[in-house]
Design a protein around this ligand. Structure first.
Ligand SMILES: NC(=O)c1ccc[n+]([C@@H]2O[C@H](COP(=O)([O-])OP(=O)(O)OC[C@H]3O[C@@H](n4cnc5c(N)ncnc54)[C@H](O)[C@@H]3O)[C@@H](O)[C@H]2O)c1
Length: 253
């Protein structure tokens, strides 16, 4: 088991890829905290984990609210005594619509920045004191291959996912002396409910993506779990500041 007894906070773990990270981490022996704005979904995932004999805690969290982020850290320490891993997975993705940038409102832009960038920043600020105290920790920020491709018509979203990589690299240099690592994963277009129901996508997008992917199929949420476990585990103990692109060989950078 690669994550035996590690305590991992997964934001946005109530559905989609975050849920798969949570289930996958537990299979590797971790205890997971699901910090999620949709408490019903978070509780459902936690129940699923407990039914399989694992340990999980669901906490209603809006990552864009600094106090919520601190509450998650405090409750995690109170329940499990430590924080080994933070996966900054929460983002405004479900319900997004592809549209020309002129139609993106200031409100939408600010909301994307608040959750996808500031949310990760708040969560990192909240867990760092404990990770410093432990002199160990692994932070995994979820980016996206959209900014590597330059995907059009999702400008606010794509910009946030590039920002996540800037935050990863600069932070790696700041926090490395505490033996805390920070890396990023960029998933390709993954067949979650959010992707499948996105409005404004060109017809045949999934099929086109599969054709352009070296492995000739669409990415599934489970395809991302191994990379995330690796970055969370001690197997990646000398890796920090890196972006791991997990997209079946669509983008090669
Ligand atoms: N699905 C893809 O094709 C794809 C591709 C590249 C990157 N990603 C990234 O992977 C992650 C998961 O993607 P997904 O397809 O599962 O998306 P999703 O929208 O289904 O899941 C996001 C989760 O975050 C939660 N969330 C939203 N706002 C929150 C907030 N303020 N505080 C706490 N939780 C909040 C949602 O409730 C949801 O459970 C996201 O960061 C997404 O940007 C997805």
């Amino acid at each position: 088991m690669k994550l035996k007894d590690k305590v991992a906070i997964i934001t946005g773990g109530g559905q989609g890829i975050g849920r798969e990270y949570a289930l996958g981490f537990v299979r590797e022996g971790a205890i997971v905290v699901i910090a999620e704005i949709n408490l019903d979904n978070a509780r459902q995932v936690a129940r699923e984990i407990e039914n399989q004999g694992g340990k999980a805690l669901a906490i209603r969290t809006d990552v864009s609210v600094e106090d919520d982020a601190h509450q998650v850290a405090e409750k995690t320490i109170a329940a499990f005594g430590r924080i080994d891993v933070l996966v900054n997975n929460a983002a405004l993705y479900y319900g997004k619509e592809m549209k020309p940038f002129e139609f993106i409102s200031e409100k939408e832009w600010d909301a994307s920045m608040a959750v996808n960038v500031k949310g990760g920043f708040f969560m990192i600020k909240a867990v760092m004191p404990q990770m410093k105290k432990q002199k160990s920790g692994s932070i995994i920020n979820i980016s996206s291959s959209t900014w590597l491709v330059g995907v059009p018509y999702l400008l606010d979203y794509v910009v946030t996912k590039a920002a996540v990589v800037g935050m990863t690299r600069a932070l790696a240099r700041e926090i490395g002396e505490h033996n805390v690592r920070v890396n990023a994963i960029s998933p390709g277009f993954t067949m979650t409910e959010a992707s499948k129901t996105m409005k404004g996508t060109p017809p045949g997008l999934a099929q086109m993506t599969a054709e352009l992917t070296s492995l000739k199929r669409n990415e599934q949420a489970e395809d991302l779990v191994g990379a995330c476990v690796f970055l969370a585990s001690d197997d990646s103990g000398f890796i920090t500041g890196q972006l791991l692109n997990v997209d079946g060989g669509y983008v090669m950078y």
